[in-house]
Design a protein around this ligand. Structure first.
Ligand code: NAI
Ligand code: MG
Length: 356
């Protein structure tokens, strides 16, 4: 029997609440399938840890994580610790040091999910956004000159390396080819006259190796509009770090809200562990009350199963989520229900058992 070793970082706020449900679901899948099991090791890192130890993770934290098959993370950040410290000290550190340069965010309207677009159907909202996750606008490069003086100048530099740009675009072409879908690049070459002109050029260059993949190229502002007005235009989408961040929140909004949105941080070469997380934050406003929606965390558990090669179970988990939303017997308040976080998790577990 195969054992998958998973590092669990529940993190802050509602992180531990939703991750507990994802772990329940993963264990259930493993129970139902005799060929694999999970070995979870939990790490108590986050803002509480920071309050006690003055750091977001152990000094040898990265070493500790290295040997795992994957990382399952809740959310990081809490009032009392500045967000740039919590984010850079844990989440971004892991993304960068483990070279998780692909961020995969499914934007898919499941049956039963709330959708603010009046005429959109399930077939209309079904895209996979592939966001550059290691450089670009979030490279952390820049300067702050003459602080506080009248001549103060702040520079935030976008970093687009050939290697970094080629590898994300190539990954997107490979994905589009595998799924037999079109590929849309989102950029802004008219205004960002270096970085995005380069991006567009690389998109075209790499595209020559994939003549079978149908491509589109949109400016980011137009893409934002089309995602609302004609979401069916998009299948596989590739974009930069900043644009991907914004567009996937927009995507989350049209596909059921933050309580449903999942994201995978992937190191495709598998030389380092990849990390799976709901895209929402620690939601301090509802933390500790047992009302957080665990479905985003469960969806990321489904992505984790896919990544481990257990696609059958990844699919079954997503179907279970869909069934729970259609039945409406157990949903959290953000989705109009009155159930607790763990009641929703239990419901997914029984739906999973029934569907398999
Ligand atoms: P947030 O995602 O935590 O919350 C935004 C709103 O959505 C809140 O009203 C919250 O109650 C609601 N919400 C979020 N997830 C929910 C869920 N599963 N079920 C029901 N309602 C949910 O974003 P916010 O408030 O901007 O950030 C709070 C903290 O989280 C900050 O410290 C921020 O830095 C951190 N954060 C961490 C992220 C991560 O770990 N990946 C991502 C985003 C924010
Ligand atoms: Mg975001």
């Amino acid at each position: 029997m195969k054992t998958y070793r998973i590092a669990v970082i529940p993190g802050d706020g509602i992180g531990p609440e939703v991750i507990a449900e994802g772990v329940k679901v993963l264990n259930r899948a493993a129970e139902l399938d005799a060929s694999f099991r999970f070995d979870f090791v939990t790490f108590p890192w986050g803002c509480e840890y920071y309050a006690k130890h003055g750091k977001m993770m152990d000094d040898d934290g990265m070493e500790k994580l290295r040997s795992f098959d994957a990382i399952y993370l809740g959310a990081v950040g809490y009032p009392g610790v500045p967000d740039h410290i919590s984010l850079w000290g844990l989440l971004l550190r892991i993304r960068k040091e483990f070279d998780q340069y692909v961020n995969i965010r499914p934007i898919q309207l499941l049956d039963g999910a709330p959708c603010p677009l009046k005429d959109a159907s399930k077939a209309d909202i079904d895209m996979l956004v592939i966001r550059e996750n290691s450089e670009g606008e979030y490279a952390g490069a820049g300067d702050w000159l003459f602080k506080g003086k009248p001549e103060e100048v702040v520079l935030q530099t976008g970093v687009f390396s050939r290697k970094g740009t080629e590898r994300i675009i190539r990954y997107a072409y490979e994905t589009a080819r595998r799924l037999n879908k079109s590929l849309t690049s989102v950029s802004k070459g008219n205004a960002l006259n270096y970085s995005m002109v380069f991006w567009d050029q690389v998109f075209e260059e790499i595209g020559r190796e994939y003549p079978d993949v149908k491509t589109y190229s949109y400016l980011v502002d137009a893409a934002a509009m089309f995602m609302i007005k004609q979401p069916q235009r998009f299948e596989v989408v590739v974009t930069s770090n900043l644009f991907g961040d914004i567009l996937t929140d927009l995507g989350a909004a049209i596909a059921g809200g933050l309580g449903l949105a999942a994201g995978a941080n992937v190191n495709p070469e598998r030389t380092h562990p990849s990390m799976f997380e709901p895209i929402h934050g620690s939601a301090p406003d509802i933390a500790g009350r047992g009302i957080a929606n665990p479905l985003a965390a469960v969806w990321s558990a489904s992505q984790l199963l896919d990544f481990l090669g257990q696609e059958r179970w990844g699919k079954a988990v997503l179907q279970a989520v869909e069934q729970v939303m259609v039945e409406r017997a157990a949903l959290t308040p953000d989705m109009g229900g009155t159930a607790s976080t763990s009641e929703v998790g239990d419901r997914v577990v029984s739906a999973l058992a029934a569907s398999s």
